[in-house]
Design a binder for this molecule. Structure first.
Ligand SMILES: *Cc1c(COP(=O)(O)O)cnc(C)c1O
Length: 377
């Protein structure tokens, strides 16, 4: 039995050709011409005026938060159920993440809880679209307008997705992307900040590059990290972006296939196919175990390995992170839906290089495991 890895990217377009062009021309650093071209094409694809490519999706969030001037003592509202990058971008500048629970239907943050969390210290709301379905953006934009808050949109998992027909990555003051190999398009490592605000874009460009000043080099009024993105990464990104529609189609086919094969199995909660405002794009194919199933996602992961299937557990909640608990953050806070997803959710192989045979093996393996655990007490 061959092992089916949880993710494998598809790199059989123009990636090699464009990479060779970099090497032949000698342009491999962040100064190369593909970087600007990739920034332009990527930002245009989500109707944004400016794109600032950075070293990864986490860096994109850090740059976005810093560019908005969020600082010590400020509060940023975000889901507790997300990747640590979101909270870290906020805690790194001394600001405080203020958490909301998840919606068990879409696995995104429960928007109804946001308004009660707004205080005079709230500076921004961070929208994080998770696993394939966008957050109900309009409601958040309305709240932001009412309370004069900034909006950061983490669209790391949303390449090619739309909300009410408008591209994810086009909402709020600033949006961020990741190009990690399990995202819809990859550059190995990489990320991008996109915005329509010229001043914000200029701050992002400065923050990505050690806060070098435009006029006097090597003299710094502020400091930041080196978050630069190379011409080699941009070469891969351009080749990937050419195929975005095809990739999105492939992911949706994968989602449809898995749902058809798995929908009859007791004890599995499958991803929602569509909402009023979007069709699932299946960044990954997530599954949540029903309450009646007496195992957690870690056990599920082990049992799937026995069937030759790679999987990953869902994210771990921010309020349950040991690092934040040690700092005294989120003491006594509980978010039951998010805690449930973090313990019972997992995802099966969902990469773009997945073959029909591999998907069949996965579906058969999941069914076998569920038959095994059905009677466990
Ligand atoms: C992947 C991801 C990130 C982080 O991106 P990296 O490139 O891995 O740093 C941030 N937010 C979300 C929602 C992600 O899925």
């Amino acid at each position: 039995m061959n092992f089916v890895p949880v993710n494998e990217p598809l790199l059989n377009g123009n990636e090699k050709k464009y990479l060779c062009e970099c090497i032949d021309a000698g342009w491999i650093s962040s100064e190369g011409p593909f970087v600007k071209e990739f920034e332009q094409k990527m930002s245009a694809s989500v109707n944004r005026k400016y794109g600032i490519a950075v070293s990864n999706g986490t860096a994109a969030l850090e740059v976005a938060v810093q560019a908005l001037g969020i600082k010590d003592g400020d509060e940023v509202i975000m889901p507790t159920f997300t990747i640590i990058s979101c909270a870290m971008a906020v805690t790194k500048v001394g600001a405080v993440p203020v958490l909301v629970d998840s919606d068990l239907h879409t696995w995104n943050m429960n928007i109804e809880e946001i308004e009660a969390k707004i205080t005079p210290r709230t500076k921004a709301i961070m929208i994080v679209h998770l696993y394939g379905l966008p957050v109900e953006v309009d409601k958040i934009l309305a709240l932001a307008e009412k309370y004069n808050l900034k909006v950061i949109e983490d669209a790391a998992e949303m390449h090619g997705q739309t909300y009410n027909g408008k591209p994810c990555g086009s909402f709020g003051d600033v949006s961020t992307f990741s190009f990690y190999p399990n995202k819809h398009i990859t550059t190995g490592e990489g990320g991008m900040v996109v915005t329509d605000d010229e001043e914000l874009a200029e701050r992002c460009m400065m923050l990505r590059n050690l806060c070098f000043k435009k006029d006097v080099r090597y003299v710094h009024d502020e400091i930041s990290d080196n978050y630069r993105f190379t011409n080699l990464q941009a070469a891969v990104g351009l080749a990937q972006l050419e195929r975005l529609d095809e990739f999105v189609g492939k992911k949706r086919q994968m989602g449809k296939y898995y749902t058809e094969k798995l929908c009859g199995i007791d004890g599995l909660i499958l991803p929602v196919e569509k909402t009023d405002y979007a069709d699932n794009i299946y960044w990954i194919y997530g599954i949540v175990l029903d309450e009646n199933i007496n195992i957690d996602n870690k056990m599920m992961q082990k049992l799937l390995v026995e069937e030759g299937i790679g999987s990953r557990t869902f994210f771990w909640c921010m309020h349950e992170q040991p690092v934040y608990q040690k700092q005294g953050l989120f003491a006594d806070e509980t978010y039951p839906n998010a805690e449930y997803l973090a313990r019972k959710g997992f995802y099966i192989p969902s990469g773009l290089a997945l073959t029909q045979e591999q998907m069949e093996q996965v579906a058969t393996g999941v069914r076998k495991v569920m038959q095994k655990v059905a009677g466990w007490k």
